[in-house]
Design a protein around this ligand. Structure first.
Ligand code: ATP
Length: 442
């Protein structure tokens, strides 16, 4: 399989098997808006839980937050978004399309060389809206373009309620909105998307070291969850690329079939945001360092990733086609933490009521421990193929012999190796197999 064909294959699988659907499809679809179907929602939840576990639950220095999407309009003045959060836009006089001035090379336009562009002008990416029934200037606010500002606005609340000492972080997962000029590449660039962000507050003199540590930790997270190292790299931003608030920024990039593209940015935001919010709100947002007996604004390191982009990268990287007995086997080799379904219980003969009963009993038992399904809607070969395609880790098959010896067959997704084990040992077997990660079965 050519890597250039990969995107089309993943998109087709996602639609066919219920990972991702076009938004409002029955009305002809809404461009660049996507809905996660029954399997997609599980996968995306697993991506978010793995992130939350790694950055909040497995650490002592990060706490969580869930701030609202709508915020006081002054937030966006203080943060600089009202003034600076724009992309340069150009219009083409020939094809009449609009493009991001820095994305002209790969633009989606048939006239290509004949385009005749206007000079670039700034286009603010924030979605404007009105609060309440009166649509006047006073009621204007914005859908947040990043979750980060909800964290800065709550810095004092979190500090006062948790008594955290530096260094510490606040993590948040939530929707953000940007009126992108050229959304595209499936779920990679959309106008509504989900972010996973950490604002990690540290002493200014420790910021550089902390920045490096977060780059390494975040890079490792993608590797641990199965992204192949050859498809992952770190790209440091040049000074001319830095956002208005940043001292340094590095992107973790994935080699998508459409090229190397950003999954996550790790930025040193300095003390810009806290200082700005202190200035605009009049609230003291300095940290009172009791050891050093002084007050100061901490520096902030921000790892900011996209849930949708990470999910897409995991899907693309997991997609494999293999020739098995003269057929093409499609298998999603997702990491066990991410696989939407961990176990499928399949009866070998659906007409045998005892086999069906035993299968359902096993499924009901396992369901209390992990995401598990029962399926008897086709012959066993087809059932295996269906489960491979959606990345199910294990298939458990109950046959006629099982009724006598209480043994079942467990088939592993990647190797297709089958083992016959005692049915009452299944939980132990799976716990051990799932790379000794007992959290999956609790
Ligand atoms: P890009 O250069 O691709 O526009 P960015 O540098 O503006 O991205 P950030 O502001 O650093 O992005 O946002 C942090 C993360 O949020 C990104 O790394 C990405 O994973 C995600 N993200 C940003 N914009 C979008 C979008 N339009 N669609 C999906 N995810 C996005």
């Amino acid at each position: 399989m050519q890597r250039s064909d990969l995107m089309e294959k993943v998109v087709s699988l996602c639609k066919r098997r219920g990972f991702i659907f076009q938004s409002s499809e029955i009305y002809g679809g809404l461009a660049s808006a996507w809905d996660y179907g029954p399997l997609g929602v599980e996968l995306k939840r697993n991506v978010k839980s793995s992130w939350w576990k790694a950055v909040v639950h497995d650490r002592d220095d990060v706490v969580g937050l869930d701030a609202s999407i709508l915020m006081h309009p002054k937030v966006w003045q203080a943060s600089g978004h009202a003034e600076n959060f724009h992309d340069d836009l150009v219009d083409c006089r020939v094809c009449k399309k609009r493009f991001r001035a820095d994305h002209l090379e790969n633009r989606d336009c048939k006239t290509k060389d004949k385009c005749d562009f206007t000079t670039a002008r700034a286009f603010n990416l924030m979605f404007k809206t009105h609060l309440g029934a009166v649509e006047d200037e006073a009621s204007v606010t914005y859908l947040r373009p990043e979750t980060a500002q909800g964290i800065f606005a709550n810095f004092r609340n979190v500090l006062d309620s948790t008594h955290k000492k530096l260094p510490f972080g606040i993590a948040q997962i939530g929707k953000s909105f940007r009126n992108e000029i050229t959304p595209g590449n499936y779920t990679f660039r959309t106008r509504e998307f989900e972010q996973m962000e950490i604002e990690y507050f540290t002493k200014p003199e420790h910021a550089d070291e902390c920045y490096q540590q977060w780059i390494n930790q975040r890079f490792q997270w993608y590797l641990k969850l199965g992204i192949q190292e050859k498809h992952l790299r770190i790209r440091r931003h040049g000074d001319d690329e830095l956002a208005h608030y940043a001292k340094g920024c590095s992107d973790i990039e994935y080699e998508f079939p459409f090229g190397w593209s950003e999954l996550e940015g790790i930025a040193n935001r300095t003390d810009f945001d806290l200082k700005q919010h202190a200035k605009f709100s009049g609230v003291d947002l300095q940290y009172n360092d009791q050891v050093e007996q002084k007050k100061y604004f901490p520096y902030v390191i921000e790892p900011s990733g996209g849930v949708d982009r990470a999910t897409l990268a995991f899907l693309v990287d997991a997609y494999h086609e293999e020739e098995v007995q003269e057929r093409t086997r499609v298998v999603l080799k997702l990491n066990h933490q991410l696989a939407p379904i961990k176990v499928a219980v399949l009866p070998l003969l659906k007409k045998n009521s005892e086999i069906v009963e035993m299968s359902k009993k096993i499924k009901n038992r396992l369901q209390k421990k992990c995401v598990c399904v029962y399926d008897d809607s086709a012959a066993i070969g087809k059932l295996y193929r269906r489960q491979d395609e959606i990345g199910t880790m294990y298939c458990v098959t109950v046959d006629v012999d099982s009724l006598q010896d209480q043994q079942i067959t467990v088939r592993e997704r990647d190797t297709m190796k089958q083992e016959r084990i005692s049915a009452d040992q299944l939980e132990n077997y799976l716990t051990e197999k799932l790379t000794n990660d007992s959290s999956i079965l609790n």
